[in-house]
Design a protein around this ligand. Sequence first.
Ligand code: 0PR
Length: 372
Amino acid sequence: MRAEPQSFDRVLSSMCTEPHPAAREAAERFLATNPGDPGTYRTVADLEDDAIATLGEIAGLEIDAGRDGNGDGEHGEGPSGYVTSGGTEANVQALRIARGRADDGSGRARPTVVVPESAHFSFHKAADLLRIDLEVVPTTAARRVDLDAVRACVDENTAAVVGVAGSTEYGRVDPIPELGAIADSVDALLHVDAAWGGFVLPFTDHEWHFGHAAVDTMAIDPHKMGQAAVPAGGLLVRSAALLDELAVDTPYLESTSQATLTGTRSGAGVASAVAAMEELWPDGYRDQYVRSQNNAEWLASELEDRGYEVVDPVLPLVAASLPTSLFEALREEGWRLSRTGDDERVRFVCMPHVTRERLEVFLADLDRLTAE
Ligand code: 0PR
């Protein structure tokens, strides 16, 4: 096998990026370990505890370790969760927790979960798998969830309300504290999808995490803005009791229960997440956020100067209306670009590998193609 992976030089569409060198090295070292069997692979199991502790710190869980969302009046005992294969698994598992908690065995109507229309398609997979009815609610002109619409559709069947903190298409952050209050009013869980946004939001004024609101579960992925190797997603829960909703007995393993969705898991993902966070949290991530956000604002203004309509980059993600012919010509030049679901806008995800120099090369190509 002599194939080389594609270079990141022209990738503007991806939420993955070049892993930090320390993350790459750790991934290689732990390639053959399985955190799914912590009794056998103890070092990587300990590393997973470190990963969850740091993810908890990033997501405000530590600050708030005394609050407990499961309603039993007991205090939480600090960060709890595990390293998933990605945001999809974290979202599926969060909804599984919510469904398990809502199902009191009385055979009442199917549980519902309220998601904004801006939510990632993984929630549709989760709903299908779990036999949950999704209530998809619209977003406002600011591309954040419409709170009145959420209020209008929650009831005693609502198992969870979902808020997105860094939406896939426009990088928008839903009003998380308000969603928490609505979820509380019907005794539903609040799940926050910060799969992409979780490693930039700590350096902004947005209220998005466990310390800001009654958040019960969260997706936060080291393999996106966290600069870890794939696969390294994150599921965080407010209290260990919520994770117990997922536990199944594992009689023949050295450990006696497992809350993860997959069995054998990548030790490479876990080790690389720890290595990346050790290197970068908090200063390296802050510097990266500043660089990425500046690049996004610079690209937005350059595109605006050329007459294109641009959606303001709240986080480092620019969406701009480029003509289809130009979009296709740029793709022909090797630029990896993708469009929003309605095909109206091209998304530029300003990941760490998207440097100012690479954006300058991109704009030079764009100018050449529009002059032709
Ligand atoms: N939640 C949000 C907010 C996301 O943006 C994504 C991924 C997920 C959950 C799911 O995460 P996993 O893909 O890790 O399971 N959004 C990206 C997207 O759909 C996924 C992606 C990543 C696509 C890299 C392409 C790519 O090259 O755009």
